[in-house]
Design a protein. Structure first.
Length: 292
């Protein structure tokens, strides 16, 4: 909250005091972008109450700067962007470099999105995020000895395979591989949603989780246990970690008919594996931050 106020002041915006009560039903320490949500909320409150006149996209950028400069987490803009620019019943394809974006209808029809909370507070997230970011920057520096790029997203999987030998650190090479193939999966996921092919979309969710676990290494045994349990259940199209990782939550695409059994069976399997009782929430896709 203070970081957001600080950013408004740095932009020369004048505002007075605030008496604010924040209430929410998002589980604490679940890794579901609660900090970005609060940043966007405060941005909208200050912007609205004091007629600052900033469009939503500027509030998104301001909120990211608050996280980067005041909190000290070198995060990208995806969380703030999706929270501020979200649209009901729409997925969003976002280029975090250029901020080009488009909405993609996600017709769940006979399916639910179910959040599974491992009830393991996400740990080491801020430091590990900065570490992964630094590793990706190192990969770019190594690739730049031959390729004219500024970001890992500038090259295709084929180009990466032909030049990955330039990344001499195997750990850094793994991080780069995840990022490049995850971008490709995201583009394919957009096509699958446009085609209404939820089964193919679900398979991409599994592939994404495997990459996050094995190449980017941001999952951990609890998230992996919950996804493994979900994968064994009938009526589950896909499952992956969501949020910050190292604990926190999964998201699964489940047929409505199988939802009750999913919650019971995955909950039982996860508790047996970890000794921790999880929680589950059926989620919807709503509009972004706004005055109600």
């Amino acid at each position: 909250m203070l970081g957001v106020a600080d950013q408004f002041q740095k932009m020369g915006k004048e505002f007075g005091g605030l008496d604010v009560l924040i209430s929410g039903d998002m589980p604490a320490s679940a890794g579901l972008s609660s900090s970005a949500s609060v940043e966007m909320l405060m941005s909208v409150i200050i912007n609205t109450l004091y007629d600052c006149g900033l469009p939503m996209i500027e509030l998104v950028k301001l909120s990211q700067r608050a996280e980067n400069q005041f909190v000290g987490v070198n995060c990208g803009i995806m969380d703030q962007f999706s929270i501020g620019m979200g649209k009901k019943d729409m997925a969003m394809l976002l280029n975090c470099d250029t901020l080009e974006y488009k909405y993609v209808p996600i017709a769940l029809n006979a399916h639910y999105l179910i959040i599974g909370n491992t009830n393991v507070p996400r740990g080491l997230v801020d430091s590990k995020y900065n570490e992964r970011r630094a590793e990706c920057d190192r990969a770019v520096d190594m690739l730049k000895t031959k390729l004219d790029i500024t970001l890992l997203g500038d090259i295709s999987p084929d180009e990466f395979e032909a030049n990955k030998h330039l990344i001499t650190d195997k750990t850094v090479q793994k991080r780069a591989s995840h990022v490049i193939y995850e971008i490709q999966r995201t583009k394919e996921a957009t096509q699958r949603l446009e085609q209404g092919d939820l089964a193919a979309f679900g398979r991409l969710m599994y592939e994404s989780h495997d990459s996050l676990a094995n190449l980017y290494e941001v999952t951990g045994k609890n998230l992996d246990a919950m996804v493994a349990a979900a994968k064994k259940q009938p009526g589950v199209l896909g499952s992956r970690m969501t949020g910050a990782g190292f604990g926190g939550c999964t998201i699964s695409l489940v047929t409505k008919a199988a939802a009750d059994d999913f919650i019971k069976n995955v909950g039982d399997a996860y508790e047996k594996e970890t000794g921790i009782k999880p929680d589950f929430y059926i989620a919807g896709i709503g509009d972004g931050t706004r005055m109600l």
